[in-house]
Design a protein around this ligand. Sequence first.
Ligand SMILES: *[C@@H]1O[C@H](CO)[C@@H](O)[C@H](O)[C@H]1NC(C)=O
Ligand SMILES: *[C@@H]1O[C@H](CO)[C@@H](O)[C@H](O)[C@H]1NC(C)=O
Ligand SMILES: *[C@@H]1O[C@H](CO)[C@@H](O)[C@H](O)[C@H]1NC(C)=O
Length: 402
Amino acid sequence: MRVQLKEDAICTLILVLSFCTLLYFQLGQTSSRGNKERNHTKPPMKSRDPPSTVDLRRHPKPRHISDFKQAKPVYKELKHSTIAPAVTYSSFDFQQYLRNKDKRNYNLLINQPNKCIKNPKDPFLLIAIKSTVEDFDRREIVRKTWGREGSINGMHIKRVFLLGVPRNKIAVAMWETLVNHESQTYKDVLLWDFLDTFFNLTLKEIHFLNWAAEFCSNVNFIFKGDNDVFVNMENIVDFLEVHSPTEDLFVGDIISHAKPIRLRKSKYFIPEIMYGLGIYPPYAGGGGFLMSGITMKKLSRACKDVELFPIDDVFLGMCLQRINLKPVSHDGFKTFGIGKPSAAPHLQTFDPCFYKDLMVVHSLKVSEIWLMWNLLRNHNLSCSKKQRAGKPFYWERKKVVA
Ligand SMILES: *[C@@H]1O[C@H](CO)[C@@H](O)[C@H](O)[C@H]1NC(C)=O
Ligand SMILES: *[C@@H]1O[C@H](CO)[C@@H](O)[C@H](O)[C@H]1NC(C)=O
Ligand SMILES: *[C@@H]1O[C@H](CO)[C@@H](O)[C@H](O)[C@H]1NC(C)=O
């Protein structure tokens, strides 16, 4: 056991170092892809967006955490970080996309065929996380915190990361060796042979659904999300306990009545040749959603008949529409970031209790994921349920007696 642990630690260290080196070269040569994705995954074309939510998403407010001593050093470091400008949609070649959109079957380069064969009788939840080869540190933090494999309240949790081929193969020359090594170490990597770009996330969606239908057809539920979220797995499991895997379920932060943006200079521009209708079907935006095993299988079939669309969230909405399934909104998926969330204007300061009943917190840095994980597991954190008129309950931190 000891030796095993030691090996794991050494392995992790080697991987971290290698990926850091790669990242260093990568950053020198490419624009920052992660940031670009971050902006695009936000639901941009919601027609009646509550202004407060939009504000928070686009201009993160300064954080108010003065009352939380442990968190201070981390926040100091975070405040200085800025977001680099993203590549805009208008530079995207729609004609090319339309010409190539029948090419939608790519090989699986790394598989985890045994991921779902254990514990066939136990209910289980598969966590599927969109990541990129370069984001090794994010995969590590997810593995060590909320994305741990194991059991919560008798529900078995399994995990896979969804990867494509990195764009700049010259800069990341050794990537194949590294990813193979990572896959052997953790047995949680799925890699497909398409370029891992924002506009190819739809391919990732399709390929994941097909993989799940083939290799994980016995799964009860799936949480699919980004690699920059914190997920409160206990809350997810609580929520799922009253649901049946054989009934349809699709829950998330659902965006309805969103209009395609026709302004050419907008980064969310979608021309009419790409989408002629005035409104998108309801879709799950933000950092993650839940579905049942049966819904996964239906979607996997339905998506085969839907033409590729460059926004993966919307594409999945189109598949849902095809099977006539209305996605369900849940407040627990709505909160963006940490600090003083727009969803909690009543909070004067950063209050970890606010996060206790949430399912997903979006757009986090690696250090913030670590912070959330530690905050919510601190047994000294004592929260009490408060009811607000017309709102779901929230938790409020009890005064700590010094
Ligand atoms: C995201 O969008 C906002 C406004 O739409 C912009 O101010 C910001 O610079 C963008 N961030 C990135 C990473 O492009
Ligand atoms: C998607 O991946 C394919 C295969 O690697 C590549 O040819 C294509 O350019 C990518 N599409 C986009 C929009 O990035
Ligand atoms: C919980 O409180 C005790 C007593 O005040 C303290 O010794 C301990 O370090 C605290 N634990 C955490 C994780 O903050």
